[in-house]
Design a protein around this ligand. Structure first.
Ligand SMILES: NC(=O)c1ccc[n+]([C@@H]2O[C@H](COP(=O)([O-])OP(=O)(O)OC[C@H]3O[C@@H](n4cnc5c(N)ncnc54)[C@H](O)[C@@H]3O)[C@@H](O)[C@H]2O)c1
Length: 323
């Protein structure tokens, strides 16, 4: 079976997916829509996909087996729900949106359709992250520390809080998700976000330039995540998990794993390209009808979104938020 794919949104991340999909022989990208006609045209030239006049046309005009929804989180509308309701499996990028309530409503409908789908928490597909998750099964860290420092996304939408949600909701969401994936749920957050430098360097932006979030885990563990998208001289992203008789460190976005305990002191680097593994799992799921191949579904991604949006609210209201 050749899986026929449509793309809605053909910006930066869509091109990453297309590069990977083009390596697969059982895949054909057949249609694309983007409000930016140049991006749609370039994608069409690179793949042979037909350029459509609307997102609806991608879903309707010719048969597709899978749609990639790669528009920014403020510009998804009801696309996932429309695809699911028409029986079209979908991939949607993280984060799921900028309103938890709107996403919750979509989640309910998607769940009821039982459609095959995936959300782009791509770091879950690192073999190192899987290894950390397996190691932590049956072990309980008491402290978790995460960080993410780096630069900003170049697009204008990204620096508007109501469009992106900010660096935590859009980007450091990967670290929140990794913490949840390897160590379980988060049920309370207290956050502080600031804008010391952006007021001067990016006066038209509305996102914070730094933040720190304290949280409680369902396991009883406590943790923190510190992040900034204004760190020109230092970029890193990692999580550290401390137990009474072990230490687990996922660094370089999860591609490096160190485990230290009384029996081992090992460091491994990822052998898998998580972007490839993510697309491969999805294509195989579409072909076999087996959702279990997919490591992050809509309901799971909603929980990560809820943590990050609660952090935004916590800082705004200067109070802790129970999830
Ligand atoms: N999983 C990851 O690691 C990862 C990495 C980067 C981006 N992302 C996510 O992917 C999404 C897109 O990010 P990006 O970096 O590609 O952004 P981008 O700005 O590079 O591209 C977005 C594209 O969507 C198009 N678009 C906007 N509104 C549209 C609409 N209503 N209909 C059709 N097309 C529309 C734009 O014209 C643009 O081509 C965001 O949600 C982002 O958080 C995920």
């Amino acid at each position: 079976m050749i899986v026929r794919i449509g793309f809605i949104g053909a910006g930066g991340i869509a091109q990453d997916h297309i590069r990977v999909l083009k390596k697969m022989e059982d895949v054909k990208i057949v249609s694309v829509f983007d409000v930016n006609a140049d991006n749609a045209r370039r994608t069409s030239e690179a793949t042979g996909a037909l350029v459509m006049d609307s997102a609806d046309q991608v879903l309707d005009k010719q048969r597709i087996d899978l749609v990639f929804i790669c528009t920014p989180q403020f510009a998804r509308g009801e696309l996932e729900v429309v695809a699911a309701s028409r029986g079209i499996p979908f991939f949607v990028e993280k984060p799921l949106g900028v309103s938890a309530e709107a996403v919750r409503q979509k989640a309910k409908i998607i769940r009821e359709t039982g459609i095959i789908h995936a959300v782009g928490y791509v770091l879950r597909y690192y073999d190192t992250v899987r290894q950390a998750k397996q190691y932590l099964e049956g072990r309980r860290p008491h402290l978790i520390q995460g960080t993410r420092f780096g630069g900003s996304h170049p697009a204008k939408w990204w620096k508007q809080l109501e469009m992106s949600g900010g660096h935590l909701v859009d980007t450091a969401t990967h670290q929140v998700d990794m913490i949840r994936y390897v160590a379980g749920g988060i049920n309370k957050v207290q956050a502080a976000f600031g804008r010391v430098s952006f007021d001067r360097t990016e006066p038209e932006s509305t996102i914070p330039d730094a933040g720190t979030i304290n949280f409680f885990m369902d396991s009883g563990a406590v943790g923190s995540l510190t992040e900034s998208c204004l760190s020109p001289f230092h970029a890193s992203s990692e999580i550290k998990l401390f137990g009474p008789d072990f230490f687990v460190h996922l660094s370089h976005n999860g591609s490096h794993l160190t485990i230290i305990d009384n029996e081992r002191n090992l460091t491994v680097t990822a052998e898998l390209d998580p972007g490839y593994a993510q697309c491969r799992a999805l294509i195989d799921a579409v072909k076999s009808g087996n959702q279990a191949l997919i490591l992050c579904d809509y309901d799971d991604a909603l929980k990560t979104l809820e943590v990050t949006l609660a952090a935004n609210r916590s800082s705004e209201e200067r109070t802790g938020i129970v999830l």
